[in-house]
Structures are given as structure tokens and as C-alpha cells.
Design a binder for this molecule. Structure first.
Ligand code: SAM
Ligand code: SF4
Ligand code: SF4
Length: 361
């Protein structure tokens, strides 16, 4: 469990003099605006992906957060409202498995009703393992969700079962993806984490399966998040390798980034069968454009996926702090942010990184 910084009055963290972009977005110490809020709504999951929640460490005796420790929907919505006032434009719900959080559609409705200072609704998305999506897609869309990202690491059932350490067939996830698209949560992004020697043989089958489908397949370089997956550099299949492999069968052309902070490098199939994305956090880090703030299930703010420390907001929320105090705290945390772990990977060893299943990627 990461260490927590409890709130104590510290003028440097109060954000009163935070530098801001012209639209009011607070800037961090490297001039990066706050734009994205990733909210982890639970630390529980019905999968035990070997690279995320290995069963040896997340077994039957693992103690998850008790319900009362989790931020309530009202508390989450309040933090999100303040984050929108300070620059956030995109909100992503994640976990653990976010669809395990009871009545998540109520939270989605509350977040969808929020507005940016210029009156726009937030771009509201969710990352899921897809097991419950066929059942829930319609309710999520009706509640105001904009799109979904579904994680799927293999099409081969035996391999998928091994990687997710579950008995769920691939067909269940594919049904979830189709249900999401049918409900209007499109285009659906399909995220595949590639691990050499494990599922790199699925890169081409996945490309064949999803080209022309209307869904966007994105390949994610296997990262050294957390402390439990025994990550090794030689298990990373780089984005460049993946592009070479797919291009040999289906020629690809690079596309321009859609906006600052877009983490996926986009490539289009030359024959017009759609596009793929590559998230090259290891081989080509994008810290310089990282505009993401992460909120943990029990209300800690993390300014980097590889952070060792979170900033506790829940104590402030539950002590009756007013919006102005919360806004100062949030802006102050962002203002002092100097993280760029992926750019310095190898230079600095970290022993107590947060787990992916806790903060949600
Ligand atoms: N349970 C949901 C899911 O799997 O989509 C949401 C949370 S999960 C932690 C978010 C994403 O992180 C998934 O796409 C997962 O594959 C990815 N992920 C987890 N561990 C990873 C690692 N070590 N390297 C790269 N991606 C990872
Ligand atoms: Fe669960 Fe997602 Fe982690 Fe897999 S990657 S164990 S589905 S939280
Ligand atoms: Fe952002 Fe940290 Fe990842 Fe760099 S390492 S892109 S700062 S989350």
C-alpha cells in the first residue's frame, strides 16, 4: 500500500498562485495543463490477470477496501466538479473492475450532468474487462456514458483464460463489445496488453478480427506498474515491432495525433479498414504531454501512474471543507507536479509503486 500524505496547511500546496492556461486550467511544474481525471471506483475485480492482480498476491485472503472507505458517489462527483473547474475535460472511470461497483450507472448520470466552465459536458468514458458489459451497456449509455474501452488480450480461449486467470470465454467479452457499440458507446476501443512469449502470437489474429469492425484496436506496451508482476524489459514488445508485424500483412499509414495529450500513436490501414493505436509508454514515453490526474477508490489523488505517494482528499471532504478549500488543495497538488517516471525509467528505482488494480491505469 502506498504512503499517504495527509493534508496539513502548506502554502506551497494551496494553489492560490497556480499558473493557469488561458481557459483556466491549472498548469503543473512542467507547464502541463490538468485535462484528464481517471477515477478508480473499486479495487475489486472478477479477473486475476497475471500481470495486474496475480492470484498468489490477490488470493482468497486478500483484504480489499471496506465499503465505507470508498468515496461515495456524491464525494466523487464533488471532486470531479472541482476538477472540471480547474481544467479537466475528460473523465474516465476505471478500477479494479468498475462495473462491479454497485449502481455505477447512477454515478455516471451524476458525472454526465456536470459542466465545464464553458458549459460543455465532460467526455465521459470507462475502461472495463467486458465481462458484465453485454448486460450493462444499455444502462450505461442511457445514463450518459460517451464511450467504453474494453480490455482483451487474446482471442484464443485457453490463452485468455490463462492470462485473465478466469473461466470467462472470449465470446462473453466479444458480446460485450458488440452490445456497447449497439448501445451507441462507439467507437469501442479494444485494449490489448502485449507480453512477449505470452500473447504476442495474438497480435495478427486480433488485427484481423478487429480491422473493418468499426472498433479501434490498441496495443499497449507491457509496463512496470506496481510491484507484483515481476516485469522484465525483454517481455515488452515495442509499438514499432507491432507496426512492422501488422504492416507486413496489412500496410499501415501513420495518422496525426488528434489533440495534445493523446497517448496513442494512431495508424490507419491503407485499404481504409479503420485504424489501430499504439500506447508506447515504455519505448517512447509521453510524459511531456501527460495531463492526467488519478483519483483512487478511497480518495487519494495521484499525479503519476508510477507514484509512490498519494495525496489524501477524503479527510478534507469528510471534515466538511468547502469547495474553495478543496479547489485550492487540488490545484496545489497539480501545481507542484513534476512527474515523468517513464522518461526516467531505469534511472530511479522505486520500491512502493501503486498497483494498477488500485489506480486503474
Ligand atoms: N479492469 C478494467 C480492465 O481491465 O479494463 C479496468 C482496470 S485495468 C487496471 C486498466 C487497464 O490496465 C487494462 O486495459 C489492463 O490491461 C491495463 N494494464 C494492467 N496492468 C498493466 C501493465 N502491467 N502494463 C500495461 N497495461 C496494464
Ligand atoms: Fe482486473 Fe483489469 Fe487488472 Fe485484469 S487488468 S486484473 S481485469 S483490474
Ligand atoms: Fe504520466 Fe507518469 Fe505515465 Fe509519465 S510516467 S506519462 S507522468 S503517468
Amino acid at each position: 500500500m502506498p504512503r499517504v500524505i495527509h493534508h496539513r496547511p502548506d502554502p506551497a500546496l494551496e494553489g492560490r498562485d497556480a499558473a493557469r492556461a488561458p481557459d483556466g486550467a491549472v498548469l503543473d511544474a512542467r507547464g502541463r495543463p490538468l485535462r484528464d481525471l481517471r477515477i478508480s471506483v473499486t479495487d475489486r475485480c472478477n479477473f486475476r490477470c497475471t500481470y495486474c492482480m496475480p492470484r498468489e498476491l490477490f488470493g482468497a485472503d486478500h483484504v480489499f477496501l471496506p465499503h465505507e472507505a470508498l468515496l461515495t458517489f456524491e464525494e466523487i462527483t464533488r471532486v470531479a466538479r472541482i476538477a472540471l473547474a480547474n481544467g479537466v475535460r475528460k473523465i474516465r472511470l476505471t478500477g479494479g473492475e468498475p462495473l462491479l461497483r454497485k449502481q455505477i450507472e447512477i454515478l455516471i448520470g451524476m458525472l454526465a450532468a456536470l459542466r465545464t466552465p464553458d458549459g460543455q459536458p465532460p467526455d465521459l468514458t470507462l475502461t472495463t474487462n467486458g465481462t458484465l458489459l453485454a448486460r450493462k451497456a444499455r444502462a450505461l449509455a442511457d445514463a450518459g456514458l460517451s464511450r467504453v474501452t474494453v480490455s482483451l488480450d487474446a482471442l484464443d480461449d485457453a490463452l485468455f483464460e490463462r492470462m485473465s486467470d478466469s473461466r470467462v470465454p472470449v465470446a462473453t467479452i466479444l458480446e460485450g463489445i458488440e452490445a456497447a457499440a449497439a448501445a451507441g458507446l462507439a467507437p469501442v476501443k479494444v485494449n490489448m496488453v502485449v507480453r512477449r512469449g505470452m500473447n504476442d502470437g495474438q497480435i495478427l489474429p486480433m488485427a484481423r478480427r478487429f480491422r473493418g469492425s468499426g472498433h479501434t484496436l490498441r496495443f499497449i506496451e507491457y509496463m512496470d506498474v506496481g510491484n507484483t508482476n515481476g516485469w522484465r524489459m525483454d517481455e515488452v514488445v515495442t509499438g514499432a515491432e507491432i507496426v512492422r508485424m501488422i504492416s507486413a500483412e496489412f500496410p499501415l499509414q501513420p495518422l496525426q495525433a488528434g489533440y495534445r495529450g493523446e497517448v496513442a500513436a494512431r495508424w490507419a490501414y491503407a485499404d481504409g479498414a479503420g485504424e489501430i493505436g499504439l500506447i508506447t509508454s515504455v519505448s517512447q514515453p509521453f510524459c511531456g504531454d501527460c495531463t492526467r490526474l488519478r483519483l483512487s477508490p478511497e480518495g487519494r489523488l495521484f499525479t503519476c501512474l508510477f507514484a509512490e505517494q498519494g495525496h489524501d482528499l477524503r479527510a478534507l471532504l469528510r471534515a466538511g471543507a468547502d469547495d474553495a478549500a478543496l479547489a485550492r488543495r487540488l490545484a496545489g497538488i497539480w501545481q507542484t507536479r513534476d512527474d515523468r517516471y517513464s522518461e526516467r525509467r531505469g534511472e530511479a528505482h522505486r520500491d512502493h509503486k501503486i498497483e494498477m488494480s488500485y489506480i486503474g491505469g
